[in-house]
Design a protein. Structure first.
Lengths: 155, 329
């Protein structure tokens, strides 16, 4: 009785899953679909490492039940590249060395892609404010901002 | 997390009926507080009723109010053009809370019902918490309580209500629309929350199973100006130490209407009625603002860890009044 049948649309592919009702979107992605790009940092919505896009908006996958996201269009970091070519934000992160250990990077990239779509990357101050939900304990923030500025300048 | 049954509500009548008949059943909306507290072992519902597919979102406008569906997200409300133009302090409070990711998930109804951020409440290994376990005591009063309340507290609980947006909403006399098995009712936000007294586990007037369907935000006169200032330990993505939300209508340097809400200080989102009384029909100057700030904090009951908040809240309120009135230039 405590299981749910869920169809998740992840990176344009439908997956039919039978899950314990407690399974979060993050655990469904990582443990049931093998999409381990989204990271489990704090598991309480504080670090942003699990940031994914749902219907084009960024959310933290650890604070939603998988069952809540049935039929929603979910994009993870694995879904950003097209035909083997990196998304320009991914390329900019590599170019600017915008990470050290890399654990927060998928969440940073997902958040940064949304930040630009939200039209909020006008200044360093805005980037700092609207990226504050993604913590980087290595302190790669200056390079993360440089990567984002680069993508804004390209557009 | 304990096992639970997941049920997606077909309509709000069904949702209300199902939750009302069983004390072990809870609503699930944005989930940002509910799931967090379930993971921490603080909440143990045996069934969750997912209401996120119900038609309770959307914002509509009338001449005198903004009508906000309970499932409207914080980001959606912050982007509303009428809120942006007419109620800037509501938008500011929304965008200074949480992170963009959480604001895309968290609903307005859920924001109002968010639970205390008290670390003792959120840690079930701490035996003493009157909110989590009535009659067990309060570990915060003798513990680390820097982030706790100084207004509306009791000897049984000093937990803060941490919502930012509830501060301007309280100041605006927003109205909470509620659906229950016996029909709808509406309660002003200023009477929605209950101070802890000797029943800290009862936080608001909702009966079990009652569902917030909408929040109605009355508009201020067009010439009103407003602002929200939030003071915190880090510059972004942090709860308030203190905050102030102020709206003023001025006429030739005299304040005709004043709305003052305070955050970071109250067990409930704090309406500073006494400060409003000082401000109304007074000249918009430093003397008035100081008197208003003092009046706002008269009833404060500080503890060693929160004593700093009295001065900080007064200064924050004065700064906000100066900014709104234009007196800072």
């Amino acid at each position: 009785m405590d299981h749910v049948d869920v169809t998740l649309n992840v990176n344009d592919t439908e997956h039919h899953l039978r899950l314990d009702a407690r399974v979060t979107l993050l655990d469904a992605l990582r443990d049931h679909l093998g999409l381990t790009g989204s990271k489990k940092g704090c598991d309480q919505g504080a670090c942003g490492a699990c940031t994914v896009m749902v219907d084009g908006k960024r959310v933290v996958a650890c604070l939603g039940l998988a069952a809540q996201y049935e039929g929603r269009r979910i994009t993870t970091v694995e879904g950003l590249a097209t035909n083997g070519e990196l998304h320009r934000m991914q390329a900019a992160f590599a170019r600017h060395d915008a990470f050290q250990c890399g654990y927060c990077t998928p969440g940073q990239i997902m958040s940064a892609v949304c930040l630009i779509a939200e039209g909020r990357a006008h200044s360093d101050e805005d980037i700092r404010e609207f990226m504050s939900g993604n913590i980087c304990r290595c302190g790669a923030y200056p390079n993360i901002r440089a990567a984002i500025r680069d993508v804004v300048a390209e557009a | 997390m304990d096992p639970f049954e997941y049920l997606r509500a077909a309509d709000s009548d069904q949702a209300v009926a199902v939750v009302t008949e069983d004390p072990g059943t809870s609503y699930l909306a944005g989930g940002t507080t509910q799931l967090d507290l379930m993971k921490d072992g603080v909440l143990h519902p045996r069934r969750l009723v997912d209401i996120t597919r119900l038609p309770l979102g959307g914002i509509t406008h009338t001449e005198s109010a903004v009508h906000v569906g309970a499932l409207t997200t914080m980001e959606e409300l912050a982007a509303d053009p009428v809120v942006t133009e007419r109620l800037p302090f509501v938008r500011e409070a929304l965008l200074l809370g949480a992170s963009t990711q959480l604001r895309n998930m968290a609903t307005i109804g859920g924001n109002l019902l968010q639970r205390a951020r008290c670390r003792y409440f959120r840690d079930p290994t701490v035996p003493a918490c009157n909110k989590r376990s009535p009659g067990s005591g309060c570990a915060a009063i003798t513990g680390v309580h820097r982030m706790h309340a100084i207004l509306g507290t009791s000897d049984h609980c000093i937990a803060l209500h941490a919502s930012d947006v509830a501060v301007p909403l309280t100041a605006l006399d927003a109205v909470v629309h509620i659906q229950g098995v016996n029909g709808p009712r509406a309660v002003p936000l200023t009477r929605f929350y209950l101070p802890p007294g000797d029943t800290p586990h009862i936080e608001n007037v909702l009966q079990h199973g009652e569902l917030i369907t909408a929040v109605e935000i009355p508009l201020l006169p067009r010439q009103a100006r407003s602002h929200y200032i939030k003071v915190r330990d880090r510059v972004s993505y942090e709860f308030a130490l203190v905050s102030a939300g102020v709206a003023l209508v001025q006429e030739d340097g005299v304040i005709r209407e004043a709305r003052v809400g305070l955050g970071g200080v109250g067990t409930v989102p704090w309406r500073a009625w006494d400060a409003e009384d000082v401000l109304r029909d007074a000249p918009a100057n430093a003397e008035t603002f100081l008197a208003a700030a003092r009046a706002a904090l008269v009833g404060a009951r500080p503890l060693p860890g929160t004593a700093f908040k009295i001065e900080l809240a007064q200064r924050t309120l004065i700064r906000t009044l100066e900014t709104v009135s234009g007196a800072e230039q």
